[in-house]
Design a protein around this ligand. Structure first.
Ligand code: FAD
Length: 617
């Protein structure tokens, strides 16, 4: 195989790799996506679902930047549900179950439609370095391809080992071989590697489940989709089933704990605390006699069901026994046993905020290789790594998103400044500015940036401009007139008779007031599209808090953005604890803001660093 050099090569066709390749190509780089098997591009290794709390925010942001995960989720979604619907709009999370086959097909077709992008099949065995800088890759067949920058997104494949009870075999996930040669090369290059693990449940045959005995959970009637370009689901919506583990299930698991790969001492890697295996749940929550299980069909024409909530590394015979102890699953046929996988990851503290590895300039890392778990976390990093790789090759500076601008910014900042001690997943609680970082306004936060960087097409640009116009019109209507407490109360809205006149925006800021209630006061507002009315109502509800958050963020940013000189000698700053000195020297934060987020950092220590920077200025 002989190829002209590319600007950017992306290694891996998982969720990080697909998004990285698409972003690099959109940014104008001649891009190659090199992956072990072309037909597995876009495969969901574990659960057939996209989004959820925090994760749904990431997908909306990826979409707002012109990425592909949201579009693929919308084209393949078979059960859209908005999680936390009854809570405030800031913490609602869009989620869908996806048809696995449709999702993979959607990703492959979106990549095929992208200009500047070539897809190549092959195992990458080595990285080519010239003068300490990445210059390309070498495939297992010995062929070499040059590149200005490389994005590495090998997921769970680096020295992947699959465990089922005391059985273990090499693999990147079930059915795929691991990436051992590249893993060895990363070791030889002295990259800071660690070991993590994750698990997946057994897959069940749908026709062997007694669905009649189960509670069914339908899709939402008025679904929230992921892409700002989508209007409605394109495929049929289905229900999933709900069942529960019981005391007999727990007894069976407890009696066989020593045979679990995770509890039998076969695995050294650390697992995700927030996606525990059923063994973990039974041990950690010993007082609970039951855990919920969602039975999620893997597709419209599929006979495979994913039992969400019982991932395991117990031996197959125990998996059979405990599955059969569950209501509705008494006769369930296991099509593929659950398993755990252990793999190498790179300590993300060795990356800079552009996701580049400064010790090997030109090498960017994204996805599970950085210690995260989840498709959405992987795709979000892929987007930024692909974009920054392309920009570097074009001689442009990196793009980073602040924590006050996007969940993507929170994710990357957490990774590069704090590192991981277990597989990292996103939650809304990780975002300090979550009242402004909502799923509903991801486009307003990020699409203008994507437009400036020329990452989006005309269709998206026009749709976004039209939405901004409609919002401005609606805002002007809501702020253009005021009403007396008596007029407001006449609409059934509880209000103090304090004599103060209020605008439509003020009225919508009252908790529980819906846009319909102010229609009689402002008939022209009633004519606006439902999406615009809802968006303005959310804006009104959060306006005061968001304004305050913005002022706090501005104040913090003034100091946060302050650069820390690379030569700063932390051993020379009196008053810092040895532990903090060690962390600061190792992590070398680039700004005061990053220093502030290092685990264990105190306001007093930050003040010492600030004083030193100012002294040296
Ligand atoms: P992947 O999706 O793993 O993709 C890696 C890609 O790199 C593949 O296309 C592979 O072929 C390619 N590749 C690797 N090495 C090479 C090479 N040398 N040359 C060329 N190509 C290469 N996530 C959750 O959120 N919750 C869970 O409970 C969960 N459980 C999981 C259980 C299992 C068993 C597995 C395998 C994964 C699980 N995940 C879970 C994780 C989820 O699958 C990943 O987070 C996500 O797929 C990561 O995306 P990625 O792009 O980083 O890597």
């Amino acid at each position: 195989m002989k190829h002209a050099p590319f600007d950017v090569i992306v290694i891996g066709g998982g969720h990080a790799g697909a998004e990285a390749a698409h972003a690099a190509a959109r940014a104008g780089a001649r891009t190659a996506l090199v992956t072990m098997r072309r037909d597995t591009i876009g495969v969901m290794s574990c659960n057939p679902a996209i989004g959820g709390l925090g994760k749904g925010h990431l997908v909306r942001e990826i979409d707002a930047m012109g990425g592909i995960m949201g579009l693929a989720a919308d084209r393949s979604g078979i059960q859209f549900r908005l999680l936390n619907r009854r809570k405030g709009p800031a913490v609602r999370g869009p989620r869908t179950q996806s048809d696995r086959v449709f999702y993979r097909a959607a990703i492959q077709s979106l990549l095929a439609d992208q200009q500047n992008l070539t897809i190549l099949e092959g195992e990458v065995a080595d990285l080519i370095l010239t003068d300490g800088r990445i210059a390309g890759i070498e495939l297992a067949d010995g062929s070499q391809i040059g590149a200005g920058a490389v994005v590495l997104t090998t997921g769970t494949f680096l020295r992947g080992v699959i465990h089922i009870g005391d059985r273990k075999m090499e693999g990147g996930r079930i059915g795929d071989k691991p990436s051992n040669r590249l893993a060895q090369r990363l070791r030889d290059l002295s990259l800071p590697l660690g070991r993590l693990k994750t698990g997946t449940p057994p897959r069940l045959r749908s026709s062997s489940i007694d669905w009649a005995r189960l509670e069914l959970q339908p899709a939402d009637d008025d679904p929230m989709l992921f892409s700002f370009l989508s209007n409605a689901p394109t495929v049929r919506q289905i229900s999933c089933g709900i069942t529960h583990t019981n005391e007999r299930t727990h007894d069976l698991i407890t009696a066989n704990l020593s045979r679990s790969a995770m509890y039998g001492g076969h695995i050294e890697g650390v697992g995700p605390r927030y996606c525990p295996s059923i063994e973990d749940k039974v041990v950690r929550f010993a007082d609970k006699t039951s855990h919920q299980i969602f039975l999620e069909p893997e597709g419209l024409d599929s006979d495979v069901v994913y039992p969400n909530g019982i991932s395991t590394s117990l031996p197959e015979d125990v998996q059979h026994d405990y599955v059969h102890s569950i209501v509705g699953l008494e006769q369930a046929e296991i099509l593929q046993p659950g398993y755990a996988i252990e793999y190498d990851y790179v300590d993300p503290q060795s990356l800079n905020a552009a996701l580049e590895l400064p010790m090997l300039p030109g090498l960017f890392l994204a996805g599970q290789i950085n210690g995260t778990t989840g498709y959405e976390e992987a795709a979000a990093q892929g987007l930024m790594a692909g974009l920054n790789a392309a920009r570097q090759v074009a001689g442009q500076g990196p793009i980073t998103l602040g924590r006050d601008r996007a969940y993507i910014g929170v994710l990357i900042d957490d990774l590069v400044t704090r590192g991981v001690s277990e597989p990292y997943r996103m939650f809304t609680s990780r975002a300090e500015y979550r009242l402004s970082l909502r799923a509903d306004n991801a486009d307003q936060r990020l699409t203008p940036l994507a437009a400036d960087l020329d990452l989006i097409d005309d269709a998206r640009r026009q749709l976004f401009d039209a939405k901004l116009d409609a919002l401005a019109t609606g805002r002007a209507m809501l702020e253009g007139e005021t009403f007396t407490p008596r007029e407001i109360a006449a609409q059934g809205i509880a209000i103090n008779q304090d004599g103060q006149r209020r605008t439509g925006m003020d009225i919508l800021a009252f908790p529980d007031v819906t846009p319909d209630q102010i229609d009689p006061l402002l008939p022209e507002f009633a004519a606006l599209p439902a999406e615009i009315r809802t968006q303005l109502a959310i804006e009104a509800l959060y306006r005061t808090y968001v304004d305050r958050q913005q002022r706090d963020a501005d104040a913090l940013r003034r100091d946060e953005a302050l650069s820390i000189p690379e030569t700063l000698d932390y051993s020379d700053i009196g008053g810092l604890s040895n532990e903090l000195r060690g962390k600061l020297t190792r992590i070398r934060p680039q700004t005061l803001g990053q220093a502030g987020r290092i685990d264990g950092m105190t306001p007093a220590a930050l003040a010492l660093i600030l004083t030193r920077i100012r002294q040296d200025e």
